[in-house]
Design a protein around this ligand. Structure first.
Ligand code: WTA
Length: 677
């Protein structure tokens, strides 16, 4: 038997969670899961009413669900209509009021090993000080506050402070540029920008505030720039600057939480789409929270204060999600869901590979992490560094592992299973479960996911829908696809509370992006298939979204950054396979003057893009092209560009307006030789 066949066989096997996990699980068997899932989609209002009991409302809701109006411009309808509640109250105060104020809520660790352990009470007090400080700057319910910060404790504190007073936070990932911050501030007219003086990154200070020079001055809606002094480095002064940490110190530790309507926005998070600028995904207060905590509760089974009835917790699990709060995963999985359940959440400031390649595992040992959640790109990077970086740490407390953001492919899956999870091999391999959670910024929390303790896993599969989720596969013409192993558009036909409600300031864009292609369905933008046992596999995007190291980028934004270089006429970017990042950006660029093509110009364009769009956006491979293939309506044919880049069969070029360019592209690509990452 050839080696490949042996691997293929192993890969096709089912992998089982350690049996003892099921004993304490909230859902104890697959039969119980299927039964509850069936109930959840057939009696969705009753199901979600039950789940909403996990939250504390100030005023009870009158109606679980109000269906959409019938026009095809909404999908979700309204959830928990008339209810009043506050997200921060649910994350903090209620645990203090129930006598758990001294229990640990958040463990924050800095790059330099500083550890801050916040209890529910001490975190609440910090949040209250920040809330009062925001109020003193004139922030009121409904105002927008932009946070552009590295992974420091202030980020967690200020986002919860916003939620406390009903201000809508819009968090921008630290790896984006000042220009991207400006676009997002302008789009939602933020009153305040919170920013750090500098970022600590791999032992060195990197500029943050300074990059805003000349940019922030053009943001008309900004009334104050709240500075978080992290390094105390020299930064330029702007007349609207306020030293926010100093201001916080003058504030009271008490602040009433604002009763918010269930459907009031909790936050805006900008994400990339197919066209144009990023869109402001709007999540609501009750629906987002109910969905987040319900999914975390059943998937992971970690112990939480929610289950206690005044008794002292015997032991508490420790949850560690390695995402950045600048992305949806950080919002839902570091802050809102774990705290609203009363868990212990670990937050780390730095990168996984500094000061050494075992940093994640060191953190797991140090804090006794029981549940560890990361991205496939991080697993690939750590796998490359060698097993000894993992094995030298005591990971015996770990109960469950998880991934999010892209498909967890076999090589990284198997390494995670063997080396981190210490799973067995053989006919019926058993080990620490790997939760493969499929979801999106838009969906608030997991859509497709295995219940860690009980679901038999298939590597690369996000398995089955979460409760209340009704996935549908559709073909080009909108017909349902039920045949196994057939690629199809991945959609949903049933509302659930955690789905985004709109695009900030642009409801038509929400409708056009998600609801128009197949009326009556929410369209994810992914392709998927179902196998003959009903397991779902995600096959990648059906649109122009690119994932680089799990970071979601839109081709249109990257192209806009490239096109702003003075020597560029036009560009087209596509994802190109990368062994750590998953994909990297391959850019086809047409110059004003093709004779100027040179390696120096490539570097210059790369630097330009970095400065315009931020370090997260990097066109790693550049190929100069006389023109790019387009359809007669002017749409770039990315399918062909992908095939050319990967030197694969280009297929049919009949629909092109300019088929002649393809030959030239193939020739130019050939000249670049092998490109392997
Ligand atoms: C992809 C991240 C396969 C998918 C929470 C989706 C995945 C996009 C998985 C959303 C997974 C996320 N398996 N693909 N487990 N999880 N994706 O908005 O293409 O940053 O549409 O949200 O990531 O990315 P976003």
């Amino acid at each position: 038997m050839s080696e490949l066949t042996a691997t293929e066989k192993e890969k096709a096997k089912k992998y089982y969670p350690l049996p003892k996990l099921a004993e304490k699980a909230r859902i104890k068997s697959m039969d119980a899961y299927f039964k509850k899932w069936k109930y959840s989609v057939e009696h969705m209002e009753e199901f979600w009413a039950d789940e909403a009991k996990k939250l504390d409302f100030f005023t009870p809701y009158e109606k679980v669900w109000q269906p959409p109006t019938g026009r095809n411009d909404e999908f979700v309808g309204k959830w928990f209509v008339g209810g009043k509640l506050n997200a921060t109250y649910n994350c903090l105060d209620r645990w203090v009021e129930k006598g758990y104020g001294d229990e640990v809520a958040l463990i924050w660790m800095g790059e330099d090993d500083t550890v801050k352990k916040f209890t529910y009470k001490s975190l609440m007090e910090e949040v209250n000080k920040a809330a009062n400080a925001l109020k003193s700057l004139g922030v009121k319910k409904g105002d927008r506050v932009c946070l552009w910060l590295p992974m420091v404790d202030s980020l967690a504190i200020i986002m919860l402070a916003c939620a406390r007073i009903g201000a809508i936070h819009s968090i921008v990932f630290g790896g984006f540029s000042a220009e991207s911050v400006k676009d997002r501030i302008d789009d939602s007219a933020c009153k305040i920008l919170v920013v750090a003086d500098e970022v600590r990154r791999a032992g060195k200070p990197r500029p943050m505030k300074n990059s805003l020079k000349g940019v922030i001055e053009t943001c008309d809606s900004i009334e104050y720039v709240a500075i978080i002094k992290l390094t105390g480095g020299e930064v330029y002064q702007y007349e609207k600057d306020v030293d926010f940490l100093a201001l916080m110190e003058q504030q009271s530790t008490e602040c009433k939480s604002e009763p918010m309507d269930a459907e009031d926005p909790l936050f805006i998070l900008y994400t990339s789409g197919t066209t144009g600028k990023p869109k402001g995904v709007v999540h609501t207060t009750a629906g987002y929270l109910v969905y987040g905590i319900s999914s975390n509760y059943y998937v992971w089974d970690y112990s939480c204060l929610l289950d206690l009835k005044g008794d002292t917790p015997a032991t508490r699990d420790v949850w560690y999600c390695t995402a950045d709060i600048g992305w949806i995963t950080g919002h839902t999985e570091i802050i809102y869901s774990p705290l609203a359940l009363g868990a212990i959440s670990v937050m780390y400031e730095g990168i996984p590979t500094w000061p050494h390649g075992g940093r994640f595992w060191e953190i797991c040992e140090k804090f006794g992490v029981t549940h560890f959640y990361t991205a496939p790109t991080a697993i690939r990077a750590l796998k490359k560094l060698g097993d000894e970086n993992v094995t030298k740490w005591d990971l015996s407390k770990l109960k469950m592992l998880g991934t999010v953001g892209e498909v967890c492919n076999w090589p990284e899956w198997k390494w995670y299973w063997d080396v981190v999870g210490k799973g067995t091999s053989g006919d019926k391999p058993v080990g620490r479960p790997i939760v493969d959670s499929y979801w999106q910024t838009e969906t608030g929390s997991y859509m497709m996911v295995n219940l860690g303790a009980i679901t038999p896993m298939k590597p690369g599969s996000c398995t089955f829908p979460f409760f209340g989720i009704h996935p549908i596969l559709l073909d080009e013409d909108g017909n349902k696809v039920t045949k196994p192993n057939t690629q199809a558009y991945f959609t949903y036909d049933l509302s659930w509370p955690g789905l985004m409600r709109t695009v900030w300031n642009d409801h038509p864009r929400f409708v056009n992006t998600y609801l128009t292609r197949f009326p009556g369905y929410y369209v994810t933008g992914d392709y998927a298939l179902i196998d003959d046992e009903g397991y779902y596999f995600i096959l990648g995007r059906s649109d122009d979204v690119i994932k680089v190291s799990g970071h979601r980028l839109g081709s249109a934004e990257v192209e806009a950054a490239i096109n702003s270089h003075p020597k560029v006429v036009e560009s087209a970017v596509i994802p190109y396979p990368h062994s750590v990042k998953g994909s990297t950006i391959f850019a086809y660029i047409t110059l004003m003057n093709d004779d100027e093509a040179s390696e120096e110009l490539k570097k210059d364009i790369q630097n330009h893009v970095r400065s315009v769009a931020g370090p997260a956006v990097y066109p790693e491979v550049i190929m100069f092209a006389g023109a790019v293939p387009k359809t007669r309506s002017g749409k770039i044919m990315r399918r062909i560009l992908k095939a050319v880049a990967e030197q694969k069969d280009i297929g049919n070029t009949m629909t092109l307006a300019n088929p002649e360019v393809v030959e030239e592209l193939i020739a130019r690509r050939k000249m670049m030789g092998e490109i392997k990452f």
